[in-house]
Design a protein around this ligand. Structure first.
Ligand SMILES: [Mn+2]
Length: 319
């Protein structure tokens, strides 16, 4: 059931000793930030609490010391399971069974698509991030933070708001962030490490993308691609293209940006971004994909030129 009585959370915590924290598979900054902040807070309260992940933590999060709060083997005899930043039970992957079997479980989330799956479910759709929502819960229950907890919460809010730029950033978000800054967190270095950093491979792929870039409709539509051979020449994976499409969309005339990446021969991962009113998910749906109004994707098969032409036509039809 859905709940806004946060004392249920503290009551469950105070009667538990061994607590496991889970988050969604392929964890992002908010998943890591919210779950690690909670683990630190619970450890400060003398609890035996850790975040359990089912795949190795992505390298970038090793910026933080996490060895004492992140583990991979879920212990038996858990008293309580808490799940952060997870919109539904499927996003827990293999760990969903631990939630189903748990006597006590609490989900804390911020997604509009949240489907209750724990014994107690807390969701705040107006929060930018699970991390922002956790700040509110900690405040409401007078739980004390420290610098380390504040840095994890800051990371979560920073990443889910795209550096306080997405429209999920409210005045309340910024007030919460102001309170976190009072813990003397190293915001400058966290910003640099998590928002302004790229890799050699990604930079080389950006070079390819700019080389292959073409424009349609007087510069409103921009499309580029990376072939499998080009990926291979830099020993790069599809994941290494992260952030590149943002460069295309940032061009002043461009309203719709498309990046086609050949993941394996003739299998293309298509990313679509929209700046204004054209619904990127509508275009993706034409090709069996989906997503949001401003960011969507689909998978397409065949020759790059045919795929490009089909995408341009699908976009032009909606202009
Ligand atoms: Mn989130």
């Amino acid at each position: 059931m859905l709940n806004d009585n946060y004392s249920v959370i503290t009551q469950n915590i105070s009667s538990a000793k061994n607590i496991a924290i889970f988050t969604h598979i392929l964890p992002d900054g908010d998943a890591i930030g919210s779950s690690c902040a909670l683990a630190c807070l619970l450890q400060n309260m003398g609890k035996n609490a850790k975040v359990y992940l089912q795949s190795p933590i992505p390298d970038e999060y090793k910026y933080f010391f996490i060895d004492d709060i992140v583990a991979y083997e879920v212990p038996k005899n858990l008293d309580l399971v808490i799940i952060t930043d997870c919109a539904d039970v499927d996003r827990l992957g293999n760990f969903s069974r631990f939630v189903k079997n748990a006597e006590k479980s609490i989900a804390i989330d911020h997604h509009k698509t949240f489907v209750p799956f724990a014994k107690h479910n807390f969701v705040s759709e107006t929060s930018s991030s699970a991390s922002e929502f956790l700040c509110d819960i900690f405040n409401n229950q007078s739980l004390s933070l420290d610098k380390r907890i504040a840095e994890f919460l800051y990371l979560g809010i920073l990443r889910d708001t795209g550096g306080f730029m997405h429209d999920c950033t409210s005045s309340h978000t910024l007030r919460v962030v102001a309170d976190l800054l009072d813990y003397n967190i190293d915001a400058e270095n966290i910003n640099r490490h998590f928002m302004m950093r790229t890799t050699y491979k990604t930079t080389m792929l950006l070079k390819v993308v700019l080389n292959n870039l073409s424009f349609y409709n007087f510069g409103k539509i921009a499309i580029s691609n990376i072939s499998k051979a080009e990926l291979d020449s830099y020993n790069a994976l599809v994941e290494d293209t992260g952030g590149i499409i943002g460069h295309i969309l940032s061009i002043d005339t461009v309203e719709i940006a498309v990046l086609i990446t050949e993941a394996s021969p003739n299998v293309h991962k298509v990313s679509i971004r929209s700046k204004y009113n054209l619904d990127a998910s509508d275009v993706a749906k034409d090709f069996g994909g989906g997503g949001h109004k401003k960011a969507s994707g689909c998978q397409m098969y065949g020759q790059i030129q045919k795929i490009t032409n089909a995408l341009v036509k699908a976009i032009q039809r909606r202009q």
